[in-house]
Design a protein around this ligand. Structure first.
Ligand code: 6LW
Length: 608
């Protein structure tokens, strides 16, 4: 597992092609495309299905990794840039804004939710699937708006709706304190729509639309407009005005394999909305597609007037068992038929559309979503803005290059470990864990660890994490040399928490006492997805990185669904006393996350 990293840490694109895990799968992909080429029938069928856009090919997902409920806009006034936001639940900072000039290369522009005091109630959310749900992003008269809702099981007075506003989507600090918008029907998934007379409306899940005042937050006049074609959970509404019609597009059937996009239209924003007789517009339900759960879409136009849709999808195949990255964001072209109804391209890994020319001139120092992490924690640096904690945490827990430890990330241990015990109080107790998304089917992650534990149960390590009840850890932990012994020695411990996913086979905990030659040395911990189904975790002396000791492996089934039905895997580092007395900081350095391969169809993995 793993391969030699060049010393500068600079990614070399060629090496992906020679990555041993990829050679076989790339050959498969080549075989598959040649089958499509030699079979005139399937090529014709494919062209018809995509209305022969005479256009470019691109790869879905365009926002790979956990990125659900996309809402996207095109802003001509900001140098013809596309912007999207996705749901972040408990992750903090949250409500990311991604920017792109070409729809394929996306860069983190800012996080609308970047200060704990913008939303103190995020920190108190007790349930793993609580947090920031689906948002709607819109632009009007020089301002960017993101309307969203916070689901927090401790708040019993209704679901708060929040409106975040900025005039600079590239600047975290410019996102204001959110305005609280009344939510008379207490539903999720707010949409924001301005009618031609300037009045603002908010549609929410389940059908209601309110008129709202975005300055005061008042909402009134609940219109029950349309709640779909009968599928459960009509949600994710967006209203569009086009050619004298108001369109209300929603998703229904639930966000799993029955997820379905449907639409209705009306002459006025208050209804009567009439459903399209050829609904659904799009679904992967009852198909054998690798991309399942297609739904929760948003529509927008590019500078040439081409129409596009973004939606969420899950790379699971119809079995829908293994999908650690959860719901991701896919792009597809759309057109309008003569009757004035949208026609959506089916979602695939290799997609076609009239893309704008490639253009990576997007401002800011944000992370490109497909790029590796090459992080050395240089003196004076701040942590990358695409890294997240689980709920807002005290920034003092994570310090780049603290005094006396240049080029390291110091992580102060939390009393609770990642799972925590029942007395864990979300807003008061820390979780010393910092992470980035798993954004590729196959990846390699290595990080160096300097940690000299003293007290029993002190631990620092790496984890692949879905929720506090589903994570796969490799830590260095101070434990008795054998049962009942009073002498403590550092040991590598591979341990899987799977209580959030009953019924799965959980690998045994593995303990490996640290060899004498490894004590007080820098240890390189590694975590790789070696297939779409399997993670392997190991350790080496940083001075001998090729001599990897494989410590454990676990199925991706453990981090698919369960207590994280809406989220996706993140990975990173943690430090904890495991409820003990330990206070020893852990020093991590040389963080490398390298995307290796993307599975885009059954049996097809392409270089990431
Ligand atoms: C979101 C809802 C949905 O609010 O899942 O797939 C919920 N759609 O619209 C959580 O992301």
């Amino acid at each position: 597992m793993g391969y030699k990293d060049d010393e500068q840490g600079c990614p070399n694109p060629l090496r992906f092609f020679f990555h041993p895990r990829l050679v076989k799968t790339v050959l498969n992909a080549m075989l598959l495309s040649s089958i499509i080429l030699i079979s005139g029938l399937s090529a014709a069928a494919y062209a018809q299905a995509t209305h022969a856009h005479n256009n470019q090919t691109f790869t879905n997902p365009v926002l790979p990794g956990w990125n659900s409920d996309p809402s996207c806009i095109f802003v001509k006034e900001r140098d013809n840039t596309f912007f999207c936001t996705t749901s972040t639940f408990l992750a903090f900072p949250g409500i990311p804004v991604f920017a792109s000039k070409d729809l394929v290369n996306w860069k983190l522009a800012s996080n609308a939710l970047n200060r704990r005091e913008q939303l103190p109630d995020l920190a108190t959310a007790p349930i793993q699937k609580n947090g920031i749900y689906a948002s709607t992003m819109r632009y009007r008269d020089g301002l960017f708006y993101i309307i969203t809702s916070l689901v927090n099981d401790r708040i019993t007075t209704g679901v708060p709706v929040l409106l975040f506003i900025t005039d600079d989507p590239y600047d975290d600090a410019s996102w204001r304190q959110p305005t609280i918008i009344q939510n008379p029907t207490s539903n999720i998934d707010p949409d924001l729509f301005w009618d031609n007379d300037g009045k603002a409306y908010m549609a929410v899940a389940g059908g209601p639309i309110n008129e709202i005042d975005i300055t005061t937050g008042a909402a009134w006049g609940t219109y029950r407009v349309w709640n779909g074609t009968g599928g459960v959970w009509p949600e994710g509404p967006h209203i569009y005005y086009k050619d004298n019609y108001y369109y209300l597009m929603i998703s229904e059937g639930g966000t799993e394999t029955n997820h379905t996009i449907t639409i209705a239209r009306s002459d006025t924003v208050r209804g009567l909305f009439v459903g399209y007789e050829s609904n659904p517009l799009l679904t992967a339900k009852s198909t054998s597609n690798y991309f399942q759960t297609v739904g929760h879409a948003d529509f927008f136009q590019d500078v040439k007037g081409n129409w596009w849709a973004m939606a969420l999808a899950t790379r699971s195949g119809p079995e829908w068992e293994i999908y650690p990255m959860g719901r991701e964001t896919v792009l597809f072209a759309m057109t309008w038929d003569k009757g004035g109804w949208p026609v959506l391209d089916p979602v695939q890994g290799k997609q076609r559309g009239p893309l704008p020319p490639t253009n990576r001139k997007v401002p800011g120092n944000g992370h490109w979503v497909n790029d590796p992490d090459v992080e050395n924690f240089r003196t004076g640096s701040s942590l990358p803005r695409h890294w997240v904690t689980w709920r807002p945490q005290d920034p003092k827990l994570f310090t780049a290059s603290p005094k006396g430890h240049p080029n390291t990330l110091r992580v102060l241990p939390s009393f609770h470990n990642l799972t925590a015990t029942e007395d864990f109080i979300p807003e008061a107790d820390a979780l010393s864990f910092i992470s980035r998304k798993q954004a590729a089917t196959l990846f390699d992650f290595t990080v160096d660890l300097d940690f000299a534990p003293k007290v029993q149960d002190e631990e620092a390590g790496v984890t692949l994490f879905l929720t506090q009840f589903q994570h796969i850890d490799l830590g260095l932990v101070q434990l008795p040399s054998r049962n009942g012994s009073s002498s403590l020695i550092p040991q590598l411990r591979f341990r899987v928490e799977a209580s959030g996913k009953p019924g799965v086979t959980v690998p045994e905990t593995v303990l490996v006492p640290l060899a004498a030659a490894w004590r007080n040395k820098t240890i390189r911990l590694s975590l790789s997805a070696v297939s779409d189904e399997k993670y392997v975790l190991g350790a080496a002396l940083a001075s001998k990185p090729k001599d990897i000791l494989s410590v454990g492996s676990a199925s991706a089934l453990i981090v698919s669904g369960g207590t994280g039905p809406f989220t996706g895997a993140i990975l990173g580092v943690y430090a904890t006393s495991n409820g003990g007395q330990g206070k020893t900081p852990a020093y991590f350095s040389r963080w490398r996350y390298t995307p290796v391969g993307q599975k885009i169809d059954h049996g097809v993995i392409v270089p990431a």
